[in-house]
Write a protein that binds this ligand. Structure first.
Ligand code: ADP
Ligand code: MG
Length: 323
């Protein structure tokens, strides 16, 4: 199977979003009046972001999911994506499963594959560039958090990190259902696209959680020039995390990566609207803290509270060059 057969067989599907899609030198699509494009890229490298034995269907899903999660964090509507693949060989079973996982999620979000690049490479790598649409000047930035805003998170935190610890046999969990659920959160993350779009106009700042709350929330704080107080006992923990010692659960929920939930800030008077969105989207939305002023000379950081009181809690987000 040659490069072009491979692209035709596994990556060319009917699509409506671009006038010219896969097969020419560039894709072409029209700009939509009143909208801006939101564009982002994410790379997954074998041995770094996934192990060579991982289920290729899950990998295809996750490669797109982490990108759609960035669109969700801006409140953008998914439009289309580009896929660059480096592969040691053209393994048909692998490619078939990978593309099934990839297109399963793409179709769910109406996001069309409109181009890419394919090359032989010593390691498998996957790079996706995704683009979405936001109403003109409508994207939700990291820089908008205001003093007094509530801090919210979607879903539950720490399950993906628990799933990784279970896969690596660093933690044991006897309940098979809870175990499977945590591993599923790691391998088949669900980007919160519809919720992110619904929060545009309500959230003052938003981002997605890929490296853990402790590492990610400070990005909002620095961009907004604020501090935060976060109540550890308000963190949404899954039933699986609740079986662990409390501090270990807090640590997974704040320092574990790969949650792909949204963290956002909003005025306290938006709380009822946000709670209504939780019902509408069938997703837990939890108020976990508050935005505080940043005094001159202070660095933006999180003050962790336990039972309403400041507590010494060392949580570290994941950093690729510092681990
Ligand atoms: P070029 O020679 O201009 O780099 P290629 O020969 O690499 O073009 O690709 C041919 C066509 O196939 C292009 O339209 C490109 O966007 C598309 N393509 C290549 N690899 C992929 C892929 N992995 N997924 C989707 N489209 C791809
Ligand atoms: Mg090329």
């Amino acid at each position: 199977m040659g490069e072009f057969d491979l692209i035709r067989r596994f990556f060319t599907r009917d699509q409506q979003v671009a006038r010219v899609g896969i097969g020419d030198d560039c894709a072409i699509f029209g700009a939509q009046v009143g909208y801006e494009h939101c564009i982002s890229t994410d790379m997954l490298v074998e041995g770094r972001h996934f192990l060579s034995g991982v289920d290729p269907a899950a990998l295809g899903h996750k490669a797109l999911a982490v990108n759609l999660s960035d669109l969700a964090a801006m409140g953008a509507q998914p439009h289309s994506f580009l896929l660059s693949l480096g592969l040691p060989e053209a393994d048909e079973a692998w490619l078939s499963a990978f593309s099934t996982g990839l297109f399963g999620l793409a179709q769910q979000h109406g996001c069309a594959l409109i181009g890419g690049d394919t090359t032989r490479s010593p390691l498998t790598f996957i790079n996706i560039t995704v683009q979405g649409l936001v109403p003109h000047a409508g994207g939700v930035l990291r820089s908008g958090a205001q003093v007094g805003d509530d801090i919210w998170v979607s879903g539950q935190l720490g399950d993906a990190a628990l799933g990784l610890a279970l896969r690596q046999e660093r933690i044991g969990l006897s309940d098979a259902t809870l175990r499977a659920r945590a591993i599923r959160r790691l391998e088949w993350p669900e980007p919160r696209v519809a919720l992110g779009m619904a929060l545009a106009g309500i959230a003052s700042a938003m981002m997605d959680l890929s490296d853990g709350l402790a590492g990610d929330l400070p990005h909002i704080l620095r961009a907004s020039g604020r501090q935060a107080a976060v109540e550890l006992d308000h963190l949404p923990l899954s039933d699986a995390l609740r079986t662990l010692p409390r501090m270990q659960a807090f640590s997974l929920a704040t320092a574990g990566g790969d949650d792909y939930e949204l963290v956002f800030t909003a005025e306290p008077r938006a709380a009822a609207r946000i709670e209504a969105l939780a019902d509408e989207h069938g997703l837990q939305l939890s108020r976990i803290g508050r935005i505080l002023p940043l005094a001159a000379g202070e660095t933006a950081q999180i003050e962790w509270l336990l039972d309403g009181r400041p507590t010494r809690f060392e949580a570290q987000g994941f950093d690729h060059f510092n681990d």
